[in-house]
Design a protein around this ligand. Structure first.
Ligand code: AHM
Ligand code: MG
Length: 334
């Protein structure tokens, strides 16, 4: 028996092999991994610790915050504030960017995160996760402002997610492929278990909340109609559907066996062009998926090319197996 390669060892080696990756990203990831281990341990014992249920407040998006949303947010803020890597942080659970506390060393990076994605699944013991995105701070040595974070996804230095499922995994990219690590609870380390993850270009599986059908645009209705028609339709083959309702879990499945994940444009709420947020959901997942050979668009534009206009901006999301994503995107152009 041999001990596997730890996340930190792998990330350090990756930076040596690819000088474009800043050397301090390995240490940043290692610090973030500690916060994810902590969140994972709480998710795992949530039923025992009285930390399920609503926290009694709403976040900036007008959504009910769960107790674990708030605790997970705090865990990342506290865990990352004193690492010396960050100039500021932004989160789904905070209206405004968070400053690095006075007295703590400021670093060169901005961290954006969804501390606990899939909140509606917390109380029912279904996989949830953390999504993160790392950007370079435009200037160091001063307080951050929202504009600093408004960089296109193509500028991400590193991004990934932790999935709190039957095992805890951390998956990330620094722009040179995607690698997955499984937490070995016996030694408390993330160990490389899924090297060089690739999303197959074709797939027969898709993920969408089909109850929104009547709110979608015609191209998405057409695509789904064709998948549902299966063998008897223009695609000439059957497709299978899966919807966990936690983006992290749905994307993780696609990272392992391909598929198309969609939260497309809908007319359900005139103020929202989609449900998912660009900066800490769509961008990091698009970076991971593209680095694994997949594609990610909002139906019309590559997600990573969208110029952000706000920290909590929402976008339609279509990502996963390249040929399928290109097909749906093509339908939008017809
Ligand atoms: P959250 O960040 O508040 O948990 O919301 C995002 C989640 C995604 O994880 C998931 O894909 C989607 O919302 C599920 O939406 P729905 O409840 O419409 O199925
Ligand atoms: Mg989320």
């Amino acid at each position: 028996m041999q001990i596997g390669k730890t996340l930190k060892q792998f990330a350090q080696e990756e930076a040596l092999n690819h000088p474009e990756i800043p050397a301090d990203i390995a240490s940043l990831l290692d610090d973030l991994a500690v916060a994810c281990k902590y969140i994972g341990s709480l998710v795992n014992r949530a039923g025992l610790l009285d930390i399920r249920g609503a926290a009694g407040a709403e976040n900036v998006q007008g959504e009910q915050q769960q107790k674990l949303d708030v605790i997970s947010n705090e865990a990342i803020l506290q865990g990352m504030a004193h690492t010396g890597h960050l100039a500021g942080m932004g989160s789904e659970e905070m209206d405004d960017p968070c400053q690095i506390p006075k007295g703590a060393r400021r670093g060169d990076y901005l961290l954006l995160f969804d501390p606990l994605d899939g909140s509606s699944n917390i109380d029912v013991n279904i996989s949830v996760g953390t999504i993160f995105s790392v950007l370079k701070a435009p200037e160091s040595g001063r307080d951050v402002v929202e504009k600093d974070f408004q960089q296109a996804g193509s500028k991400q230095v590193c991004a990934g997610y932790a999935v709190y499922g039957s095992s805890i995994m951390l998956v990330y990219t620094s722009g040179f492929g995607v690698n997955g690590f499984t937490l070995d609870p016996n030694i408390g380390e993330f160990i490389l278990t899924h090297p060089n993850m690739r999303v197959p270009a074709d797939s027969k599986e898709y993920a969408i909340n089909a109850s929104n059908y009547r709110y979608w645009e015609k191209p998405v209705q057409r695509y789904i109609d064709e998948l549902v028609a299966g063998k008897t339709g223009p695609r000439g083959q059957d497709f299978n559907m899966r919807w966990v309702g936690s983006m992290v879990a749905d994307v993780h499945r696609i990272m392992n066996r391909g598929g198309t994940f969609m939260y497309p444009f809908d007319t359900k709420d005139a103020k929202k062009p989609g449900k998912l947020r660009l900066m800490y959901e769509a961008n990091p997942m698009a970076f991971v998926i593209e680095q694994a050979g997949g594609a990610a668009t909002d139906g019309r534009t590559r997600i990573l090319d969208i110029q952000p206009e706000g920290l909590h901006q929402r976008v339609p999301v279509i990502l996963g197996s390249k040929n399928e994503v290109e097909r749906v995107t093509g339908y939008h152009q017809d």
